[in-house]
Structures are given as C-alpha cells and as structure tokens.
Design a protein around this ligand. Structure first.
Ligand code: FMN
Length: 200
C-alpha cells in the first residue's frame, strides 16, 4: 500500500486472456529495485493462453520467454506444490497479484477452495490481511462472476479488472498494457517513474 512498498511479491497468472499485461507487469517488477523477491506461479491454463497470445513454448525458461532475460529475483513455483513457502502464513509475502485472473480462479479464491498453490497463496493473503489484487478478465459477466467478485472483495481482495485506460492515448498495445501494469504496481505501493498521471 502507498508508503509501504511491496518488497516480496507473489505473482500468479491463470488461464484468462491478457498475457501481454502479465508480460509488462513482470518486466516492470524485474526492473524495480524495490522488489527483492518474487514467487511466480503459472497455472496450466495460463501456459495454454500464453502460448496462444504470446507464442510461448512450454514452461522451459518461462521468465526469459516472458521478459527477455532470466531474473535471479523471480522464483518459479509449481501450482501443484501446496508445500511451497507462500502456502504458509508464516512466510512473509508483502502482496499478491493475480494477472490475468480467470473466472475459475476467482471462483475458487472467493469460495475458499484452496486445492492448488495459487488459490492457497491467495487464501493466505486474505487470512493474514495482506494485499491481494485480482486482475479479473471475462466478458460478459454472469451473476456467478459478479457474486464471486463481491465475495472476494468482501473478504479483502482488490478486484482490479483487466480494463485498460484510453485517455492517455496509448500508441500501441504495449503502451496500453504497460500503463495498466503501472496502475497495479502503484496500487501495491510501487508507483513507477514515467507512469501517466492525469492533469486537467
Ligand atoms: C485462448 C483462451 C482464452 C481464454 N480466456 C479466458 C478469459 O478471458 N477469462 C476466463 O475466465 N477464462 C478464459 N479462458 C478459459 C480458462 O482458461 C479456463 O476456464 C481454465 O480452466 C482456467 O483455469 P485456471 O483458473 O486454473 O487458470 C480462456 C481459455 C483459452 C484457451
């Protein structure tokens, strides 16, 4: 949160459309010297969508495929490993961002169905009152989505829909996705130099 930068981040990606937003989010995180540690989890569906949208080929060198180079501060975690550090409240994660967040993952988080690591780590954030940001992406919304957004927000999550802004006239999709990633980072206390600020 503002004034309290998130140094130890958990970043998860799931099978919703919008891998470009993840790519820019991770690129900014890698560059940001305030962020010391990142635990990163990709669901299998997330991998499937990344293959479709970014041309990624499997899990090998996933971070390099996403951000163009390896990063020592990013540790990949298996979604099947519920014994990972972030599955425990005793591990001091500062904030968690799910980008993009599918309807399935939202539903599991909102209803406490913590079978895999992504949902368990999110559940831990909620119980420990740590920031949890869900960049939910689906359209149109059915009542189950709307109820689940309400339930997750009521439990303490921030619903941060993957809806980019247009009023700063982004030159291209990359500019649009990067600006959105800047907004998410600012929300967890990591404002980015060069981010757009509305002036009227
Ligand atoms: C190309 C593609 C795009 C998809 N886009 C979305 C989406 O925008 N939102 C969503 O909720 N699910 C979307 N799905 C479906 C999810 O991937 C699917 O429900 C999956 O089971 C979610 O799993 P996860 O929550 O474990 O990642 C998409 C699937 C594919 C293959």
């Amino acid at each position: 949160m503002p004034g309290d930068p998130s140094k130890n981040l958990t970043v998860a990606t799931t099978g919703a459309s919008g891998s470009l937003f993840l790519k820019h989010f991770l690129s900014l995180v890698v560059r940001d010297i305030r962020v010391q540690n990142v635990n990163f989890i990709a669901s299998n569906s997330g991998l499937r969508v990344m293959a479709e949208e970014l041309g990624l080929r499997g899990r090998n060198n996933l971070i390099t495929q996403l951000v163009g180079k390896p990063s020592k501060k990013i540790r990949e975690q298996s979604n099947d490993d519920i014994g990972a550090n972030i599955a425990s409240g005793s591990y001091m994660a500062d904030a968690m961002v799910v980008i993009p967040c599918s309807a399935g993952t939202l539903g599991r988080i909102a209803n406490g169905i913590s079978v895999r690591l992504i949902e368990r780590a999110a559940d831990v954030c909620l119980k420990e009152k740590r920031p949890l940001v869900l960049c939910f992406r689906e359209t149109p919304l059915n009542k189950i989505h709307i109820r689940n957004m309400y339930r997750a927000a009521d439990a303490g999550a921030t619903i941060f829909p993957l809806i980019p802004a247009f009023y700063f006239h982004p030159a291209n999709l990359d500019a649009m996705a990067e600006e959105f990633a800047c907004r998410v980072l600012a929300h967890i206390g990591l404002p980015q130099t060069g981010a757009f600020h509305w002036k009227s």
